[in-house]
Design a protein around this ligand. Sequence first.
Ligand code: PXP
Length: 257
Amino acid sequence: MNHKAGRLRLGVNIDHVATIRNARGEGYPDPARAAEIAMAAGADGITAHLREDRRHISDADIDTLAGLTRQRGRPLNFEMAVTQEMEAIALAHRPHAACLVPERREEVTTEGGLDVVGQHNRIAPVVATLKAAGIRVSLFIEASPAQVAAAAEIGADVIELHTGAYCLAVRERRPEAAALLQNLKAAAAQADALGLEVHAGHGIDYETVGAVAAIPQIAELNIGHFLIGEAIFTGLDPAIRRMRALMDAARERTVAA
Ligand code: PXP
């Protein structure tokens, strides 16, 4: 399936609204309010990561966000580690989608992709259980041919390509950015040919969004940290609108090419 003609969806990750809230241990700012603003500003869905250590999003946030997105008819993308605890929470809330991510307690953010090749036996039953519950299953992976093939083989509906290394290379003006972008393009084409829906995310900002959005097989971007950072300077609504406009412009150029 080629998404060239389709509009690129934007999932806004509101985790870091909870990070700021938790710095005070009180109720402000509220991630649900951010989700409302994001949806009004052009987000197609809301993404939230309930980490095992609950450092930002809480169980109560997931409760609220599941209800809010359902009410608004928008998808909730529940990012989760491959654990029995998270599987049970996903089954209790039945979000539109679950994105399985690797998680190490000491990491600052999700540092790499899921090792679908090496962790096949741990991941496969969780994929099967979530799918049986009607949840679309996405695997957050590096742009590696072996990981893409393993994601298809394990029965995932979607892969989300980890754009972190590419985005950081661009920001640091390192020459390997071009090769990293090439890997993303190749992985997107491979996944699409295998019947997987392709998403991408991590580290995307105004500078990098265009090149990623121009990859025609990509159907959705998930963006968080940069947008919440920009919200400090310009407000959340304008930041999302600008990101949305950059995505749409890049996609239009792809369609015209
Ligand atoms: N996609 C996944 C799977 C993630 O884990 C994250 C970070 O939580 C994102 C997208 C968003 O990344 P960022 O916050 O860097 O935009």
